[in-house]
Design a binder for this molecule. Structure first.
Ligand SMILES: Cc1ncc(COP(=O)(O)O)c(C=O)c1O
Length: 368
C-alpha cells in the first residue's frame, strides 16, 4: 500500500467542482490581483481567527518580513525566536537586516521555552517571535508576560497552526501581530504561494497594506518605500472556498493523531508528543520521536510510506546562519529533536485502515 506523507489530490477530489468554479470566477472577472476575492477572504479569515484585521500577502515568509518591518525591526535589531522551526522564520529576520537570537524549546511541546527567554533579551531586542510548531500553540501567557515587562511586541509565527487555540482563544490574535502561511500543504493551503498577517492594531494592518503594495496609498501615489508582496485573486478565491471546511479538516487530523497514538502507545521505542492541557493543537504534522530515526525513515520510505523530518538541522547549525557564531550543543532540546523526529502520513482524508497499516509496518520494523 502506497501512503504519501500528504495527499493534496485527495482533498481536491472532495471539492473539485467548488475549486474549479472558484478559479473560473476569477478568470471570468479578469481581476487577478488584490481584488474582491482577497478583500472578502481577509474579512472571513480575520473573523475565523477572532481578530480585527487580516492582510493577505505573497507567502508566509513575506508576511514575517512585512510584520517585522511594521514593528520597527531594522539593521542592528535583534529578534528572539527558536532554532526548532522551518528556516523561513530565521531567514525573514535576517532579510530585514536584523539578527536572529535563538532560545531553546520545551521538550514536551517543541515550542519556545519561556524559562529561556528572559536571559536572551538585550537592549537591541525589538520583537519576540514564538512559533506554534506542528500546529501546537506556544505557551503564550508567560511569553506575553515577559514581553509586557520588557515592553516588547510578540509576533506569532502561526504558519502551521490555522485554527489552533490557546486557553480557548484562536492563535493569530494572541500577540501584537501574527503570520500565517497558505503554502499548499498547510492545514489551510492555497494552490500556489500565499500568506497573511493578522492583528488587532489598525495602524499596523494599514502599514502592512502599504508595504505589500509598493508603499502605495492610491493608484499613483507612493507614500513610502514598499515591496510587491501582493497575493493573487485565484489563491484568495480558493482559500475562501476552503475556509469553511477547515474546522472539519482539523477535527479529522485530531482524530487521526488520537488513533496513531493509541496504536503506538505500547511501543517503548517511540515517544509521542504531548498536547498541553491549555491548548487545542491542529496537528499540522504527526511527529514521533525515536532513536534509530534515520534507519526507520529509510525503511518506511522503501515500503511506500511517505515520511518527513521536521526538522533535520536546527536553524543555529544551518550553514546560512554560520555567521551568527552558534555551535553544536547550545540548544540541546532542539538538537535532540532534530536527530529523533519523524513525521508520519497525516492529512484529513487519511483512513483508519491506512493508519493501521502505517503503525503495523512500524511495529514490525521496530520489533523485528
Ligand atoms: C513555521 C513556519 N514559518 C514560516 C513559514 C514560511 O511560509 P511560506 O512557505 O508560505 O513562505 C513556514 C512555511 O513552511 C513555516 O512552517
Amino acid at each position: 500500500m502506497n501512503i504519501p506523507l500528504v495527499n493534496l489530490k485527495a482533498q481536491y477530489l472532495t471539492m473539485a467542482s467548488e475549486i474549479d468554479a472558484a478559479i473560473r470566477r476569477v478568470v471570468e472577472s479578469t481581476i487577478f490581483v488584490l481584488g474582491p476575492e482577497t478583500r472578502s477572504f481577509e474579512e472571513e479569515f480575520a473573523s475565523y481567527c477572532e481578530v480585527e484585521h487580516a492582510v493577505c500577502v505573497s507567502n508566509g515568509t513575506d508576511a514575517l518580513r512585512l510584520s517585522l518591518i511594521a514593528l520597527g525591526v531594522e539593521t542592528g535589531s535583534e529578534v528572539i525566536t527558536v532554532p526548532d522551526t522551518f528556516y523561513a522564520t530565521g531567514e525573514a529576520i535576517a532579510s530585514v537586516g536584523a539578527t536572529p537570537v535563538f532560545v531553546d524549546v520545551d521538550p514536551a511541546t517543541k515550542t519556545m521555552d519561556p524559562a529561556a527567554l528572559e536571559d536572551a533579551i538585550t537592549a537591541k531586542t525589538r520583537v519576540l517571535l514564538p512559533v506554534h510548531l506542528y500546529g501546537h500553540p506556544a505557551d503564550m501567557n508567560p511569553i506575553l508576560e515577559i514581553a509586557h515587562r520588557h515592553d516588547l511586541p510578540v509576533l506569532e509565527d502561526a504558519a502551521q497552526a490555522h485554527g489552533a487555540r490557546y486557553r480557548g482563544k484562536r492563535v493569530g490574535g494572541l500577540g501584537k501581530m501574527a503570520i500565517f502561511s497558505f503554502y499548499p500543504s498547510k492545514n489551510l493551503g492555497a494552490y500556489g504561494e500565499a500568506g497573511c498577517v493578522t492583528t488587532n492594531d489598525a495602524e499596523l494592518a494599514q502599514q502592512v497594506r502599504l508595504l505589500r503594495d509598493c508603499g502605495r496609498s492610491s493608484k499613483y501615489l507612493h507614500v513610502q518605500r514598499g515591496f510587491n508582496h501582493r497575493m493573487d485573486e485565484i489563491q484568495a478565491a480558493i482559500l475562501r472556498d476552503k475556509l469553511p471546511h477547515l474546522d472539519q479538516w482539523n477535527r479529522y487530523r485530531r482524530r487521526h493523531v488520537a488513533l496513531y497514538q493509541r496504536l503506538l502507545a505500547d511501543l517503548p521505542e517511540i515517544q509521542l508528543l504531548r498536547t498541553s492541557n491549555d491548548c487545542e493543537s491542529v496537528h499540522h504534522v504527526m511527529v514521533i520521536e525515536l532513536d534509530n530515526r534515520d534507519q526507520i525513515h529509510g525503511k518506511l520510505e522503501a515500503l511506500g510510506i511517505g515520511t518527513g523530518i521536521h526538522y533535520a538541522l536546527p536553524l543555529h547549525l544551518q550553514p546560512a546562519f554560520r555567521y551568527l557564531g552558534y555551535s553544536e550543543g547550545e540548544f540541546p532540546v532542539t538538537e535532540a529533536s532534530c536527530r529523533r523526529v519523524l513525521s508520519l502520513p497525516l492529512y484529513p482524508e487519511l483512513t483508519k485502515q491506512q493508519i493501521a497499516f502505517v503503525t503495523g509496518q512500524l511495529r514490525t520494523l521496530l520489533t523485528a
